[in-house]
Design a protein around this ligand. Structure first.
Ligand code: ADP
Length: 494
């Protein structure tokens, strides 16, 4: 059955993470929020992810299937959870593949069978789809872990499912799912796919490349990142592959899950606030400083708190902070940091907090509660990313009246409007050059403008009143799904 212009669509998404089940980064926020937003628009969305160790699955018995891949047989369980009207997450249970420490790695080493683990995710999603009462209108695969969905859809499942168009979304080009050629056999993939136009990448197999080349449309999470991906500096070896697919590449900015991130109704916070009444935010600032063991005397309260919440990895640009620590300490500001990641950056923040206990507070770890408290209680949010496909914290910050200071790259550039003194308009401060001087200059500007309460409030209100909800982005995805479905039926001569 073909979807007419206004019919409701049946969409099967495939990803490795979704809140509240499994999260290491923004991908989890995005898949779940997009699924819910599409459901609210009247579509039916099934989001298929693995059930990892510790993933709470209370959805009942579910159904089971056995899938053979090469010489092996895998027993799968499918446990369905509603996450909102029209939207469900299906957890794929397969303990031999997913019940272990770490989603992708353990003790810093990738799981050696990641190719099989995530090939099976694609197979499981297609297997589950083939049992649905209604055939999906479109598959939407996210990042390399779901990169084989189009490959299996057009081979192993072509007969059961027919031709279902596939969208592939790149959330971060740096993660490419590259494995030795020998995995082809274990994954039951025909050698005819092992070409430069298929999934071959420098004599190896890349799941990312499979998604890009075999998907019918490729999207990424901001327009700026879609342009940047075509350049050798930002394409991480995939700029050529993407340039060849340029007419099939689109950028759609992520939104914010306003059920989770709303300063007026945030269950993590002891106080709430809004653009009309920022009193609660002032009290939360004191609460935040106390939580991090920083002083709360009037002199400290009168200067801005700069918040950081981040994976502490190369991408996020904290080497700029390492280079400029002295200059940052000279600014009239306090710092609170939440993050985990590479030992060198963890150590940098830990040591800075020990050496400057009245100016810097650092929590090396993962905490949803602290993430909300920092967004709410800080005045400024710092994101000096080397690159940033979309980035979420700059948007959460704006919703919470916390003014972002960001490197003008990818989604940070798209989402933040540079503050302009003359017109007193803008929602944050951006710097373009990836240098510590440029970062400090932008932060210094922000700290200076902070002293002018009226101007500062105008910046806060501009950010707080902008629409970062998923509705607009979900609409854009639906337009692309419909275009894909229409072109597929044209091609089939329907
Ligand atoms: P990325 O996906 O590259 O990590 P994003 O900005 O898109 O970056 O998303 C990061 C998400 O992860 C945000 O929701 C952020 O609040 C959250 N996050 C990152 N580190 C932590 C942490 N240590 N504790 C809690 N939340 C974190």
């Amino acid at each position: 059955m073909l979807a007419s212009a206004q019919s409701s669509l049946s969409i099967v998404m495939v990803a490795s993470e979704a809140v509240p089940f499994a999260k290491t980064g923004g991908l989890a926020d995005v898949t779940s929020a997009l699924a819910k937003a599409l459901g609210r628009l009247g579509h039916t969305v099934t989001l298929v992810i693995p059930k990892y160790r510790g993933t709470a699955a209370t959805g009942g018995a579910g159904s089971r299937a056995t899938v053979a891949m090469a010489e092996r047989r895998f027993d799968l369980g499918f446990v369905e959870h509603s996450i909102g009207p029209g939207a469900a997450v299906v957890l794929v249970e397969c303990d031999e593949l997913y019940d272990r420490d770490g989603l992708y790695a353990s003790e810093g080493r990738d799981h050696p069978d990641n190719a099989i683990r995530f090939a099976m995710l694609a197979r499981a999603a297609l297997e589950y789809s083939s049992r649905l009462d209604r055939r999906p209108d479109v598959f939407h695969a996210h990042d390399w872990q779901a990169g084989l969905v189009p490959a299996y859809a057009r081979t192993h499942y072509a007969r059961t499912l027919g031709t279902v168009p596939t969208m592939f979304t790149i959330h971060n080009i740096a993660y490419q799912g590259v494995f030795p050629e020998s995995v082809l056999e274990q994954l039951d993939l025909d050698r005819s796919l092992f070409t430069v136009d298929g999934l071959e990448f420098w004599d190896q197999v890349s799941f990312l490349k499979a998604g890009i080349n075999l998907g019918d449309l490729v999207t990424t999470v901001s327009e700026a990142y879609a342009r940047e991906l075509l350049t050798p500096e930002m394409g991480f070896g995939f700029d050529g592959v993407l340039r060849a697919r340029r007419d099939r590449l689109r950028g759609i900015l992520n939104g914010v899950d306003t059920e989770v991130w709303d300063p007026m109704r945030d269950p993590y916070l002891p106080e709430t606030f809004s653009a009309d009444d920022l009193e609660g935010k002032r009290r939360l600032k004191r609460h935040l400083l106390e939580h991090f063991g920083l002083p709360t005397d009037p002199a400290v309260l009168s200067r801005p708190v700069v918040g950081v919440i981040s994976r502490l990895v190369y991408q996020k640009g904290f080497d700029l902070v390492a280079d400029a620590m002295e200059e940052l300490l000279d600014l009239d500001a306090s710092y609170v940091v939440l993050g985990t990641g590479d030992a060198q950056y963890e150590e940098m923040w830990r040591a800075a907090a020990v050496t400057h206990p009245t100016t810097i507070g650092a929590h090396i770890g993962y905490s949803e509660f602290l993430a909300h408290l920092i967004e709410a209680g800080s005045d400024i949010f710092l994101m000096p990313s080397r690159y940033e496909p979309c980035g979420l914290n700059q948007m959460y910050s704006m919703r919470y009246g916390t003014v972002p200071v960001v490197r003008a790259t990818g989604g940070l550039d798209d989402a933040v409007v540079q503050y302009d003194d003359a017109s007193a308009r803008g929602s944050g401060f951006k710097f373009r050059e990836f240098t510590s001087e440029a970062m400090v200059a932008a932060l210094r500007r922000a700290v200076n403008v902070y002293r002018d309460a009226r101007r500062w409030r105008a910046i806060q209100v501009e950010g707080m009143t902008r629409d970062f909800s998923w509705t607009a982005s979900a609409d854009a995805y639906v337009r692309e799904y419909r275009a894909l479905i229409a072109s597929q039926s044209d091609a089939a001569g329907d």
